[in-house]
Design a protein. Structure first.
Lengths: 297, 240
C-alpha cells in the first residue's frame, strides 16, 4: 500500500469570500519527487502555506507525516521535519550568509553539517556577504542550502529555481535528484517551468481553480497520452464523431494532430480507415498534458 | 537563536534611540536657562519636579518603546509588503517555533532593551545634569530607574500590540494617538490619580514625591499583560 507523506481531503480555503481551494484532494507518495503544477492563481501557494501551517483551511483535512497541520502545536513538529523554500526567496536583510546559517542550524536537531559545507562550496556562497547584497539566484541557492541542510524528510519548494541562470538551474535540479535518490527525501515542488518538472519529477499533480484535475505517476500519465499525426494524401476527411478518448484535434493543411488520452488503438484504427490517411504515433510532452488538462478544465 | 535574531534586528534602533537621547541630553546640559527665567528662580527640588513634569522621563521612554516594541514578528516586511510580498515573515513562520515563543521572545527582548536604555539614560542624566546631581543621590536615581522600567511597560506594550497588524511606519504613527488617549483617560476620568503611570514617571515619581507609585506600577504591568495577551491572540489567529 502506498504511504503518503502529504494527504489532503476536500480541503477548502477562501479569502474574503473568493475561493482559493475548492475541495482539494492531494496525495504525495513517500520518496517521490512531486511536481505541483498550475496556472497563476490556481491555488499552489495557498496549498503550500496551508501545509506549512501559515494558513488555516475552512474545511477538509490536511496531513503531513500523518499529522494534522491545522493543529498549531503539532504543526511545529511538521515544520521541524521539512525544508521549505519560499516563492519570494526573502531572508533577513540584516544577516550575512554565515549568520543566517548559524541562526537556522540549532532549530533543526537533524542539521547536516556535511551538506551545509558541501552546498556552501558548490553554490559559491560568500559567508561574510549580507543577504541584500546577494543576487536573486544566490538567495535561491542560500534558501536551498538552508532547506536541504535541515536533514529534512520532506522538501517543499515553491519555485525553487526562480532567478537562477540555466547553468545554475541544471546544477540545482541535478542536486535535488541526487538528494531524493541518496537520502530518500520526498520532494514537493511547484514550478512554472514544465521542462524542469519533466526533468526531475516522477509524480505530478495539476491544480486548477483550487481543485486537483490530474494527479499520478508522470510515466503512467505520459504512457496514457499520445499524439497521433494523421497526414492525408489529398483533402482532409475527418469522421463526424471520433472514438472516445480524443481530447483535442487540430488541423494544419493536410495534417491533423490528435491528442489521445485513452483508447489509443481504437482511435488509430479509426484514423487509418479514413481515405488517404497515414497515421503516426508520437509521445507527448508534459506541457501538452498540462495544457490539455488546464484548457479542458 | 531567536534572541540573536531579535538583537540583530533591533541593535541599530537601540543605537539610534540612545544617540538621539545623548544629543538631547548634551543640548540640555549646555543650554543654561537665563537667570530671569521662571525656571532659574526655582529651588533645585522644584527645578527637578518641573524637569520631570515637562516630560523628560516620558519622552525617552516613549521613544524607546516606539522604536523597540515596534519591531514585531513581521519586522522587515513592510517594504516588501508594499510590493505585495510577504518579506522574511514566511521564512520565520516556517521555522519549528510556536507563535507564542516568537512573540514572547521579541516582546521580552524589546522590554529588556527599553529597561537597559532607561538605566543608562538615568545614569547619564545624573552625570550630565548638575541640577539633577545636586538634588538626587545615586541610590534614589536607581529607584527612579526601577520605577520608570515598570511604569513604561504599559506604554511599551501599545506599539507591541500594534506591531501585530500594522507595518513598521503604521505601528509607530498609530502608537502616538493611543499614547495620547491613554494620557487623557488617566488625567480626565475619575480613575484614581495613583494609577496615572505618566504622573508616576514625572511629578509623582519617587524623586519628587518620595514614595513609590506602586499603584501606577501595578496598573502599568497589568496593562502590559492584557495587551500582550491580545497581541498573542492576534498573532495566533492571523494568517500570513
Amino acid at each position: 500500500m502506498t504511504e503518503y507523506i502529504i494527504e489532503t481531503n476536500q480541503l477548502t480555503k477562501s479569502f474574503s469570500g473568493a475561493p482559493a481551494l475548492r475541495g482539494l484532494d492531494l496525495r504525495v507518495p513517500k520518496g517521490s519527487v512531486f511536481g505541483f503544477l498550475g496556472r497563476n492563481g490556481a491555488g499552489k501557494t495557498t496549498t503550500i502555506k496551508t501545509l506549512i501551517g501559515l494558513l488555516r483551511s475552512d474545511s477538509g483535512t490536511a496531513q503531513v507525516f500523518g499529522i494534522q497541520v491545522t493543529d498549531a502545536d503539532r504543526s511545529i513538529e511538521v515544520r521541524r521535519r521539512i525544508g521549505f523554500v519560499t516563492e519570494d526567496k526573502e531572508l533577513y536583510p540584516y544577516m550575512t550568509v554565515e549568520q543566517i546559517i548559524r541562526f537556522t542550524r540549532p532549530l533543526f536537531p537533524k542539521w547536516r553539517d556535511d551538506l551545509e559545507r558541501r552546498y556552501l562550496q558548490m553554490f559559491e556562497l560568500p559567508p561574510k556577504r549580507k543577504i541584500p547584497d546577494l543576487s536573486k539566484g544566490m538567495r535561491s541557492k542560500l534558501m536551498l542550502l538552508l532547506a536541504i541542510s535541515r536533514g529534512a524528510e520532506l522538501l517543499i519548494l515553491d519555485e525553487p529555481t526562480d532567478g537562477l541562470d540555466p547553468a545554475a538551474t541544471e546544477d540545482v535540479l541535478r542536486e535535488l535528484i541526487d538528494i531524493a535518490a541518496s537520502e530518500g527525501t520526498t520532494m514537493f515542488f511547484s514550478s512554472h517551468q514544465l521542462a524542469e518538472v519533466e526533468f526531475i519529477a516522477d509524480h505530478i499533480g495539476i491544480i486548477d481553480q483550487g481543485k486537483m484535475i490530474a494527479s499520478g505517476s508522470l510515466d503512467e500519465m505520459k504512457a496514457q497520452y499520445q499524439r497521433l499525426q494523421v497526414v492525408f494524401a489529398d483533402s482532409v476527411r475527418t469522421p463526424e464523431r471520433w472514438v472516445e478518448g480524443v481530447e483535442n484535434v487540430r488541423q494544419s493543411g493536410r495534417v491533423v494532430s490528435i491528442l489521445v488520452s485513452h483508447n489509443v488503438d481504437a482511435i488509430v484504427e479509426q484514423a487509418q480507415s479514413l481515405p488517404g490517411a497515414t497515421v503516426e504515433r508520437f509521445p507527448v510532452t508534459l506541457k501538452e498534458i498540462f495544457l490539455e488538462h488546464v484548457r479542458s478544465s | 537563536m531567536l534572541w540573536y535574531k531579535g538583537w540583530l534586528e533591533t541593535r541599530f534602533r537601540l543605537l539610534f534611540v540612545f544617540s538621539f537621547y545623548v544629543v538631547s541630553l548634551l543640548a540640555m546640559s549646555l543650554v543654561k536657562p537665563p537667570q530671569s527665567s521662571p525656571f532659574a528662580r526655582l529651588n533645585p527640588q522644584e527645578q527637578l519636579k518641573a524637569f520631570l513634569g515637562f516630560g523628560f522621563a516620558i519622552y525617552p521612554v516613549a521613544m524607546a518603546s516606539l522604536m523597540l516594541a515596534a519591531a514585531g514578528i513581521t519586522t522587515q516586511s513592510s517594504f516588501q509588503q508594499t510590493k505585495g510580498l510577504a518579506g522574511s515573515t514566511l521564512f520565520t513562520l516556517s521555522l519549528p517555533v510556536s507563535r507564542l515563543r516568537l512573540l514572547a521572545i521579541r516582546a521580552l527582548l524589546g522590554w529588556l532593551q527599553t529597561a537597559a536604555f532607561i538605566g543608562a539614560s538615568c545614569l547619564l542624566m545624573w552625570l550630565a545634569l548638575p541640577q539633577v546631581r545636586s538634588a538626587v543621590k545615586p541610590e534614589e536615581m536607581a529607584v527612579y530607574a526601577f520605577t520608570l522600567v515598570f511604569c513604561s511597560s504599559g506604554i511599551y506594550a501599545i506599539p507591541m500590540l500594534l506591531a501585530t497588524f500594522l507595518d513598521d511606519l503604521g505601528r509607530m504613527l498609530g502608537s502616538v494617538p493611543v499614547f495620547a488617549a491613554l494620557w487623557w483617560i488617566l488625567r480626565h476620568t475619575p480613575l484614581p490619580a495613583s494609577m496615572d503611570l505618566f504622573r508616576a514617571m514625572g511629578e509623582s515619581s519617587p524623586l519628587v514625591a518620595r514614595a513609590m507609585p506602586w499603584m501606577a506600577m501595578a496598573f502599568s504591568i497589568s496593562l502590559a499583560a492584557v495587551l500582550f495577551f491580545l497581541a498573542l491572540k492576534i498573532v495566533q489567529r492571523r494568517e500570513y
